[in-house]
Design a protein around this ligand. Structure first.
Ligand code: KG4
Ligand code: ZN
Length: 347
């Protein structure tokens, strides 16, 4: 099995003296997409502050994130967000053990803002800098305000990625499978657009689905080998169904519920398959779509079947900087050189 992320990695667990018994305070920034975020986390788990300034209202009128606007907005907001995170945590910057920022994947112009802020703080206060992979960080959101520990199987479902990961240890994550086309969040947002819901559609579709009949339509489940996924066929099937109705007669709630049913079933089935295959009885969710009520319900039902089930609190599912701090602390795929550069995609 291959290593999860093929970017240069220098894992230096002693960088911040983890395990030394001394308290470690990580100050992190995150600006990979459309949230300007900063957070302070103690020893990888205790969140002292978590500030997120969302740009969603700005991008909503365009129906998606406009990269240039996102970058400019981050620039305008980052200093205020950083100061608020420091103040809410009740700390002075000189008390910080290390500064961390997201390196990628994400929008390059947006990433640069948060990453350079973290690098500058590290230079100014003469403390280590830790670059973090956004995807590893989503997984590490499971450690925030919890005692959850590896090994476990993690289903990472976000706006840009869908991955099944075997988390062997704090520093060792193995990619088992991923989507061959659309990410789950992307599929939610596209289907939501067909149903004329606001952007980003995931949470709106989730809510609408609760009023619908999930058995009204039987949308196809993609047959993909092993631990990979595919959602583009499902999206097309929903589109075809929508076209059979006039705008007034479109059974939106039933379509939402039927779509959500097949997505959540597929995700659970593959996760349980990976758990069985790896002989692991601990499963976790991560990423923005982990906030989905039906996916969470189906996963937590597995506790009745002897599984330990974990999902981040809602505010730690979508993009935030507390998860970046946690990944920095636990040394999960970190890059600590000050000259590392942002990257947009996992190669
Ligand atoms: O992880 P995230 O905040 O950003 C990325 O790194 O992509 O995920 C954002 C995605 C969006 O596609 C959004 O529609 C989806 O998460 N999302 C949801 C829910 N809340 C957020 N999808 C389904 N149900 C939800 N409750
Ligand atoms: Zn994310």
């Amino acid at each position: 099995m291959n290593n999860l992320y093929k970017k240069p990695v220098s894992r230096d667990e002693t960088l911040i003296g983890r395990g030394s018994g001394e308290d470690q305070i990580i100050f992190a920034t995150e600006t990979s997409c459309d949230e300007t975020a900063a957070a302070v986390v103690l020893n990888g788990r205790k969140v002292l502050s978590n500030v997120v300034a969302s740009q969603i209202d700005i991008h909503r009128k365009y129906g998606g994130v406009i990269p240039e606007i996102a970058a400019r907005q981050h620039l305008e907001t980052i200093n205020v967000v950083i100061e608020e995170a420091r103040e809410k945590a009740g700390i002075e910057m000189r008390e910080v053990t290390a500064f961390a920022g997201t390196v990628g994947p994400g929008l390059v112009g947006a990433l640069l803002v948060g990453l350079n802020a973290a690098k500058t703080l590290s230079l100014f206060y003469d403390k280590p800098f830790i670059g973090v992979n956004h995807l590893n960080a989503h997984v590490c959101a499971n450690y925030l305000e919890s005692g959850f520990e590896p090994p476990f199987i993690c289903l990472l479902v976000s706006g840009g990625h869908t991955q099944l990961i075997r988390v062997n240890s704090y520093t060792g994550q193995e990619l088992l499978g991923e989507t061959l086309d659309d990410a789950v969040g992307e599929a939610y947002d596209k289907v939501a657009r067909l149903l004329d819901l606001p952007y980003p559609g995931g949470p709106f579709l989730d809510k609408l689905a609760r009023e619908g009949n999930k058995e009204k339509f039987s949308f196809p489940e993609a047959r993909v080998e092993d631990f990979d996924f595919s959602f583009s066929g499902l999206k097309t099937a929903v589109l075809r169904t929508c076209k059979q109705y006039s705008a007034e007669e479109l059974p939106k709630a039933d379509i939402a519920a039927s779509f959500q049913e097949v997505v959540s079933e597929t995700l659970l089935k593959k996760t349980l398959k990976a758990a069985k295959h790896g002989n692991i009885n601990k499963i976790a969710l991560a990423g923005g779509v982990a906030a989905n009520s039906e996916i969470r319900r189906k996963f937590f039902l597995q506790e009745e079947n002897g599984f330990a089930v974990q999902a981040p609190q809602f505010k730690f599912c979508t993009d935030n900087a507390a998860m970046i701090a946690s990944a920095a602390y636990f040394g999960s795929n970190i890059m600590s050189e000050l000259d590392i550069e942002v990257f947009s995609r996992v190669k």
